[in-house]
Write a protein that binds this ligand. Structure first.
Ligand code: ATP
Ligand code: MG
Length: 570
């Protein structure tokens, strides 16, 4: 509840194009503390970008765009064991897709390996760093706790010459992985654990996507991050709250090194979404263990997954704007993202007719072999979108769920003896229900009223329902994939236990759908509205059954309904 109120307050600020970080930047520009704002988005290329990163991208690139500055894309590529070229390429693609451009300002922490190394030697020479031979476990055991000071390493008082010699031999590859590290000599009793002699360099015998095997030692994220900002002249280093406690360490580096500039760090709350995990570690596991088909599986919260599902980039930017930027952590309702997507697609998507679960209809009084062309509008609110011709024939398909043999009280669609309107076509009346040996309804025998062409009766009689349909002979076959939330809990575990929170029914395959022929030409990834059903887009690939369409999102709050259904089922 408190979170909702908070989110609403932030959203109000956001609608006004304001938040506390923008306020800080504007004040710094006004006071002349900075002449031009320089921000950066610093992903580690160890996975694909997700909707949480989009918040950071929109914030950093957005501020630069709005306030006449620039934003760098910098790969924080300091851990070659987890980083890959595939991720680097995907990140660049996804930032561009989201609508941002770093121009000439593409950087890599690895570009600074030489400078970082010499800064590390400077610290050694100043007696502010030492080589530690302890194992990782020993270091962990002596680090202390929140209430207890840590213990000094037995190697803490090594002399400068010995430290320099060992550090250079670490670099030369004389020691194995993990045999030694370089640590800053700060304060093992500090109340801030980040200041208890943090690791600056570790030995890693791994090939780096950019520097190959040139380096045997790699800087820690903490040692590389702030200095990279200083090298690039970043004025406002914007990051998420978990780095608040690291700020004193970054400031210590900046104060103790001969850096060209002094960046200032500001922290904001990361995006959390219900029914969604945004931990890269978990997302990597989902892909590696085959719980999803890949990083761009349409159920993934990755930008690649959202794009494949047909979510337009402007919907994501709009979503980020609505949630605002706050200093306190909160959880955003996933329904809010859906709402934004629906709103964007309602404006842009062309309307089409498609029958997801077909039921055959034969119009007994319609001449066999006759084909009539009817006009259907492409968008009800946009005349410029034009119209198209659809073909009416004696045999049609309608949606199974638009028929009930024994209709409930509030069911006004097709049932025996009842007249309904076929969208853009005629009134038809159900005369007979045909069943197979198992008792399933397999066909409706109907009649049509030729006087109702276009959908109105000259005698003024009304029908209570309009349903969609396709011609049996002219429609094309498709496999349709309906996606439901990947997790069945509103707050799925972001830890080891995440698999038990997975929704076993997150993918629903409909193999026998029938589409109006215009859909055979639909562009991959560009959603259209299947009237009365939702927004769908064509997926890459062509199955033996025909085209593949995936549901971007249902027409109304299908999300809440899905969740309710799953709750009822479990
Ligand atoms: P990890 O560090 O665990 O690998 P990460 O998601 O922090 O994962 P980074 O590549 O370091 O990955 O993220 C790049 C930038 O995106 C960072 O500045 C980070 O603060 C920001 N970011 C990451 N997740 C979110 C989120 N959920 N909401 C907002 N910003 C985020
Ligand atoms: Mg990170």
């Amino acid at each position: 509840m408190a979170n909702d109120v908070k989110a609403m307050g932030d959203a109000t600020l956001a609608e006004a194009g304001r938040d506390f970080i923008r306020d800080i930047v504007k004040a710094d520009l006004d006071s002349g503390r900075v002449k031009q704002v320089v921000t950066r988005f610093p992903p580690e290329p160890n996975g694909y970008l997700h909707i949480g990163h989009a918040k950071s991208i929109c914030l950093n690139f957005g501020i630069a765009e709005e306030l006449g500055g620039r934003c760098h894309l910098r790969f924080d590529d300091t851990n070659p064991t987890k980083e890959e070229q595939e991720y680097i390429d995907a990140i660049e693609r996804d930032v561009r897709w989201l609508g941002f451009d770093w121009g000439a300002h593409l950087y890599h922490a690895s570009d600074y390996f030489d400078r970082l190394y010499s800064w590390a030697e400077d610290l050694i020479r100043a007696g502010k760093a030492y080589v530690d031979d302890q194992s990782q476990d020993e270091m962990r055991a002596t680090r202390g706790t929140l209430t207890e000071a840590g213990q000094h390493s037995p190697f803490r008082d090594r002399g400068v010459e010995e430290n320099l010699d060992l550090f250079r031999r670490m670099r030369a590859g004389e020691f194995g992985n993990g045999a030694r590290v370089l640590r800053a000599k700060i304060d093992m009793a500090s109340g801030n654990i980040n200041l208890r002699d943090p690791v600056l360099y570790r030995i890693l015998d791994a090939s780096h996507p950019r520097t190959g095997t040139a380096w045997k030692i790699y800087p820690s994220y903490d040692f590389a991050h702030g200095q990279s900002d200083a090298i690039e002249g970043i004025t406002h280093s914007i990051c998420t709250l978990e780095f608040e406690d690291h700020r004193p360490l970054y400031d210590w580096f900046i104060a103790n090194l001969n850096v060209p500039a002094r960046p200032h760090q500001y922290e904001f709350a990361r995006l959390n979404l219900t029914y969604t995990v945004l931990s890269k570690r978990v997302l990597t596991k989902l892909v590696q263990d085959g719980h999803v088909s890949g990083w761009d599986d349409p159920r993934m919260p990755t930008l690649a997954g959202l794009r494949r599902r047909g979510v337009p980039p402007e919907a994501i930017r709009d979503f980020v704007k609505r949630i605002g930027v706050a200093k306190a952590n909160s959880v955003v309702d996933a329904g809010m993202l859906d709402f934004t997507v629906r709103e964007a697609l309602n404006k842009s998507a062309l309307r089409r007719m498609a029958v997801l679960r077909p039921l055959k209809v034969t119009i007994e009084n319609y001449p066999e072999g006759q084909v009539e062309e009817l006009v259907a509008v492409n968008h009800p609110d946009d005349a410029a979108a034009g119209s198209r011709k659809i073909k009416f024939t004696r045999e049609l398909f309608i949606e199974q769920e638009d028929f009930m043999e024994n209709p409930e009280k509030k069911f006004f669609r097709m049932s025996p003896g009842r007249e309904v309107r076929l969208r853009y076509a005629y009134f038809i009346t159900c005369r007979e229900v045909v069943k197979n040996a198992a008792g399933d309804v397999i066909e409706l025998r109907c009649t049509y009223d030729p006087a109702t062409k276009g959908g109105n009766a000259p005698d003024g009689r009304k029908v209570k329902a309009t349903i969609h349909w396709v011609s049996a002979v002219h429609s094309v076959a498709a496999e349709v994939r309906l996606y439901h939330p990947l997790f069945s809990k509103p707050d799925p575990s972001g830890g080891e236990g995440f698999t038990s929170d997975l929704n076993p029914n997150s993918l629903e395959l409909l193999s026998g759908a029938r589409l109006e022929p215009a859909l055979a030409e639909a562009q991959i990834g560009v959603p259209v509205q299947f009237e009365r059903q939702g927004y769908f887009c064509r997926d890459r690939g062509f199955m033996t059954e025909g085209h593949v369409f995936i549901r971007t999102i249902g027409l109304r709050d299908s999300f809440a309904k899905d969740v309710a259904k799953e709750k009822a089922a479990s």
